[in-house]
Design a protein around this ligand. Structure first.
Ligand code: ATP
Ligand code: MG
Length: 855
């Protein structure tokens, strides 16, 4: 088995043999990069060489870089593949070789040096990177079934400006048992089946900062691969914590805690967390980080305290991390010899920090003890527990542990209640303000003050703050639409001189005041002039869905009749839900008809007009409305060409063509005589089409064909499948026939009988085989058995002439079974039996021969 240290060396050596210069790992503290807290990849310290700000020491470089990713802290111990500290193997080309060499060498390293089974490796390329695709499939010979094309998020490296380009990743398949089971599971899925082991970045473009990509003169290669993950695969262990060097650290934690690994999931998790955190702690301190309350120092403090916490959970009460650090130093010194020189400093810092943390805990502890001494009975109150947690930051699991030691139980209900209350408090305060009307909401505004809604014509306007409260803002005028008539509220921002307010929801009170609900940054006092801006893209999508809802209603009435009425609706960005009265389910053809009708009307490009009139006038004009509802003195009538006219307070497109397209997702029954259509418009309709297309393409790739030939291919495959099944059945029969023929050839003659005694390949075909033998030889006596590991089945069959001479199958079986540890019986021509000992079959046959001889 290759150890982690050997794998590291083999990698660096391999790339040295390809003319790379080996550099030592850079420090975890970035040298001249203010944007980065800690080095998190092999490439990070190389940035100046890529950008051209500094000259690289060689055109080809290889490193093993120490990395810290605090962003993964919550995943450590839970997934099989994340650590906060890990090492990244990398090779880099600064304007030297490009895709072909990069791909060929990585493949050579995986399959030849690491000897990984190529059938378990998958590769991804960026959507349109045909160059990389061709190298993988045509030159390396990776079959297309193990290739995927992934989108920007996974496979395009871009930090907004400067050099960027497509990626190509290599994944290792750990088998279905490690997967999430989803039919969409493939490389790129977040579960533990396909682990990404390495990533090639081909920096070939320059992003000018505005999304314009121009080819770079100097093309670069940046390859990165987690050493621990590679070791995990090469060593065939289930997770990174079972890799050789890391296992030794983990075992040391086990020793110190007196808890062995693999006994309880809760303890295992803590063992893994401590193992990981002590590695990052040691490495960070070695590179010069000191515990503090900000930046890198805070990262270190957090890791260290978290490790100490989990130590407690494992039952360790004394400082132990400093001791454990010695093991980390020992295990890592081969690659990082400086650890030995710095050992004393590393251990001292860890000891002091851990002691300090334990003191905080101790303060909480003495409070807890005091509370415990006060109680009568065995139940500890939820209130003091909550106080310890809320005011002193004393971890709740520690309280629980101590109570358990004291034989006490916690009033958990009360504690949960207090926690829930605390969480609810802020929310409540806001909800109360919103929902209870002016009588209890004192925003200091008289009743008659209302807000003017100007959002039919404009999406951004200047206005004045009338009143402000926690999470609420009232303006004199606003473009924000408050939720009503099924249309959702707008979102957006309100900006003033001294603050910004992010609008998450908008409600209209009965007295006409419009409340903007959301979060403020800074201060927006009443009287301040502000600019209110609706999120225009979102609003446009809402308008698409709303206008199309009107077209849908008209189309339904056109097809089914005037009894169709709106029974509710919900309009969201590019999504709509429309409930309507109708008795029977539309057929698929009818739904297609409705969909086509709506799409045709969209494409007509009707102008959308809004007129304000009295309800009576609207009724006379034939506008659609539920005239049973109460309307005010004037109503808005929204018409689309001469096609649709409807009473509506919502916001609409100025032309139906802007809806783009319409697609029905589903039609279902929601109550007797009431049905619901769910549909999408605009971009969501396009996304849906894209989704279907990519599924089609996925299926086509699987079946090795094109989407247009998919159906033919599928039916051809089904035909083929049926044919093969038939052939297989025939082959099986032929095989059985061949077996029978063989037996017949090897039959022996005993006193005028044809005797066949043999083992049959399986129990299922035993009787049938005997019947076939019986029908071939009228004077035949046949005994077969099948052995299924201890359970032996016998069958005997006698031809008509043999039976006439007095030999009965039932007797034969009884004789055989008696010797082979069982019993049986049956008809004269065929009989079955069972036993346990096939070894004695030969002796049993001797007995049968004797019987036959004596006839
Ligand atoms: P994941 O999605 O699994 O978190 P990633 O996309 O963040 O991986 P990259 O940013 O491409 O990974 O990093 C390059 C390589 O570094 C990965 O292929 C992997 O081998 C390794 N790596 C990344 N994060 C970690 C981690 N937290 N622990 C160990 N190795 C890691
Ligand atoms: Mg990650």
């Amino acid at each position: 088995m290759l150890g982690l240290n050997e794998i590291r060396e083999k990698y660096l050596y391999f790339f040295e043999s390809k003319d790379h210069k080996r550099l030592p790992s850079f420090s975890l503290i970035p040298e001249s990069d203010a944007t980065l807290l800690l080095i998190n990849s092999g490439m990070a310290p190389m940035k100046p060489f890529f950008s051209g700000a500094a000259a690289p020491p060689a055109k080809r470089v290889t490193t093993c870089q120490k990395c810290v990713r605090v962003i993964d802290i919550e995943r450590v111990g839970k997934t099989d593949r994340h650590c906060t500290f890990f090492e990244m193997l990398g090779h880099f080309s600064f304007g030297d070789y490009f895709k072909r060499e990069a791909i060929t060498w990585t493949w050579e390293f995986f399959t030849k040096v690491m000897e990984i089974d190529p059938n378990l490796l998958y590769c991804s390329v960026y959507l349109d990177d045909d160059e990389a695709w061709d190298i993988w499939t045509k030159e390396i010979g990776v079959p297309e079934s193990r290739m995927v094309r992934l989108g920007k998020e996974d496979n395009f490296w871009d930090i907004g400006s400067g050099p960027c380009g497509p990626c190509s990743e290599i994944y290792f398949d750990r088998g279905e048992k490690n997967g999430c089971g989803s039919p969409d599971c493939k490389p790129g899925c977040d579960c533990d089946r396909f682990v990404e082991i390495g990533n090639n970045v081909f920096t070939q473009f320059n992003n000018d900062g505005e999304g314009n990509y121009t080819p770079l003169k100097q093309k670069n290669i940046d390859f990165g691969m987690g050493l621990e993950r590679l070791a995990c695969i090469v060593q065939g262990v289930p997770n990174v914590f079972e890799v050789d060097t890391i296992t030794r650290i983990r075992q040391r934690v086990s020793e110190l805690a007196g808890v062995s690994y693999g006994q309880s999931e809760r303890h295992d998790m803590s063992l893994r967390v401590v193992t990981d955190h002590i590695r990052s702690t040691v490495m960070l301190i070695s590179d010069g980080v000191q515990p503090s309350n900000e930046k890198r120092g805070y990262v270190l403090r957090r890791l260290l305290r978290r490790a100490a916490r989990h130590g407690r959970l494992l039952g360790i009460t004394k400082p132990f991390l400093c001791d454990l650090a010695a093991t980390v130093i020992e295990e890592s010194a081969a690659a990082y010899p400086e650890l030995r020189q710095r050992a004393e400093r590393i251990q001292t810092i860890i000891r002091l920090e851990e002691e300090r943390f334990l003191k905080t805990i101790d303060a909480g502890l003495s409070l807890l003890r005091e509370e415990i001494s006060k109680i009568e009975g065995t139940v500890f109150g939820g209130d003091p527990t909550f106080m310890l947690y809320d005011t002193f930051g004393f971890p709740i699991d520690l309280t629980l542990e101590i109570l358990e030691e004291e034989g006490l139980s916690l009033d958990r209900d009360r504690f949960d209640e207090l926690m829930a209350e605390q969480r609810q408090r802020a929310r409540d305060a806001r909800a109360e303000l919103v929902n209870s009307g002016w009588s209890t909401v004192d925003l200091g505004l008289p009743r008659e003050v209302t807000s003017e809604f100007v959002g039919y014509d404009t999406l951004s306007c200047d206005a004045t703050v009338l009143a402000a409260a926690e999470g609420i803002l009232v303006l004199d005028r606003t473009p924000f639409y408050a939720e009503s008539g099924g249309q959702c509220a707008d979102t957006g921002v309100i900006t003033g001189e001294s603050g910004v307010f992010r609008v998450e929801d908008v409600r209209k009170l009965p007295d006409g005041k419009i409340l903007h609900i959301g979060e403020a940054e800074g201060d927006l006092p009443s009287g301040q002039g502000i600019t209110a801006s609706v999120n225009t893209e979102r609003r446009a999508a809402v308008m698409r869905a709303h206008s199309v809802t009107h077209l849908l209603q008209k189309a339904l009435r056109g097809l089914f009749g005037e009894h169709v009425e709106q029974a509710g609706s919900q309009v969201e960005p590019d999504r709509l839900r429309f409930d309507y009265t109708h008795f029977s389910a539309p057929t698929p053809e009818q739904l297609a008809q409705i969909s086509e009708e709506v799409n045709r009307r969209i494409l007509q490009g009707y102008s959308v007009c809004v007129d304000v009139m009295t309800p009576e006038e609207a009724k006379a004009k034939g506008a659609m409305a539920l005239f049973t509802e109460k309307y005010g003195a004037s109503v808005r009538v929204v018409s689309m060409g001469d096609y649709s006219m409807e009473l509506c307070g919502g916001t609409h497109l100025d032309n139906t063509a802007k809806a783009g397209s319409f697609r029905i997702l589903s039609d279902s029954s929601i109550a007797a005589g009431v049905r619901r259509i769910e549909a999408v418009t605009g971009l969501a309709a396009l996304e849906l089409a894209d989704l279907f297309e990519s599924r089609l393409r996925g299926a086509a790739v699987l079946l090795k064909t094109t989407p247009s030939e998919l159906v033919d291919k599928a039916s051809a495959l089904l035909t083929e499948h049926k044919k093969l099944q038939k052939e297989m059945a025939q082959l099986q029969q032929k095989l059985a026939g061949g077996f029978i023929d063989g037996l017949l050839r090897n039959a022996c003659e005993v006193n005028g009988f044809t005797l066949i005694a043999a083992q049959n390949p399986d129990a299922a075909s035993l009787r049938q085989a005997c019947e076939m033998l019986r029908d071939k030889n009228p004077d035949g006596v046949n005994v077969l058995y099948a052995d299924e590991g201890g359970k032996v089945t016998f069958c005997a069959a006698c031809g008509p002439d043999a039976v006439k001479r007095g030999v009965k199958a039932g007797d034969v079986v009884k004789t055989v079974c008696a010797l082979c540890g069982g019993g049986g019986g049956g008809r004269p021509d065929i009989a079955m039996g069972g036993g346990t000992d096939a070894e004695r079959f030969a002796d049993a046959v001797e007995k049968v021969v004797e019987i036959l001889k004596s006839v």
